[in-house]
Design a protein around this ligand. Structure first.
Ligand code: 13P
Length: 249
């Protein structure tokens, strides 16, 4: 049985005091869940969120990292830096980073290898645009993104990687993929992994859905056969709403 992983992606939201308040409010609401609870916060909130989440079941993640260890990369943060302060998860290749900050399949692959070498748990995002969905190329897009992200990884590394299927047209739009479409697309990703890495890996790799997940649709999405939880944007900003998503059943 694959574990459900429910991760919040705050994007560029919340000051440190708001982050601390959020963790304090969330903690009693999710302490009895069997699901993995992750909150991916801005760099400047990491230290505060980590402190508040100590001795709780809430895991803290970053939203990006650089693939290099150190050096002349002004404004960047390395995986080693995240690891050193106790960060457990890192989102890689979010579509906003691909669209606004020139993230490519190649850079995602490099970052992924680095994250895995540091035992950071990566959440790698893939997903098609509306145009690609409507022209019938969604399958080709998500399987190619998956293949290129995972290129050169060992079976164990793929097993340690979480994939988030996030159709771009569903992000922040209030338009959720139907549970059938989301499940079918995630099956395409799982089949691609099966072709490349075999049954054992395909069966154990966690694949989330992301894109306008909220408490009112979490249950129908997360109870589908291949959807192993979610990556939640807007609805992860309020502790009460996010806790309902975590406790979707
Ligand atoms: P929303 O849940 O706000 O649509 O964002 C999804 C997302 O991008 C999570 O990474």
């Amino acid at each position: 049985m694959r574990k459900k992983v429910i991760a919040g992606n705050w994007k560029m939201n919340k000051l440190p005091n708001e982050a601390m308040e959020f963790i304090t409010e969330l903690e009693p609401l999710v302490k009895n869940t069997e699901n993995e609870v992750v909150v991916c916060v801005p760099y400047t909130d990491l230290f505060y969120a980590l402190n508040m989440a100590q001795d709780t079941n809430i895991k803290i993640g970053a939203q990006n990292m650089n693939a290099e260890e150190k050096g002349a990369y002004t404004g960047e943060v390395s995986g080693e830096m995240l690891k050193a302060i106790g960060v457990e998860y890192v989102i890689l290749g979010h579509s906003e980073r691909r669209a606004y900050y020139s993230e490519t399949d190649e850079s995602v692959n490099k970052k992924l290898k680095k994250a895995l070498s540091l035992s950071l748990k990566p959440i790698v995002c893939v997903g098609e645009s509306l145009e690609q969905r409507e022209s019938g190329s969604a399958k080709e897009i998500v399987t190619t993104q998956t293949r290129l992200a995972l290129d050169g990884l060992s079976n164990d590394d793929v097993k340690s990687t979480i994939i988030a299927y996030e159709p771009i047209w569903a992000i922040g739009t209030g338009k959720t993929a139907t549970k059938e479409d989301a499940n079918e697309t995630i099956k395409w990703i799982r089949e691609e992994i099966l072709k490349l890495y075999g049954n054992d890996v395909a069966d154990s790799v966690i694949i989330q859905y992301g894109g306008s997940v909220k408490s009112s649709n979490a249950n129908e999405l997360f109870t589908m056969s291949d959807i192993d939880g979610g990556l939640v944007g807007g609805a992860s900003l309020k502790a009460d709403e996010f806790s309902k998503i975590v406790n979707y059943k």
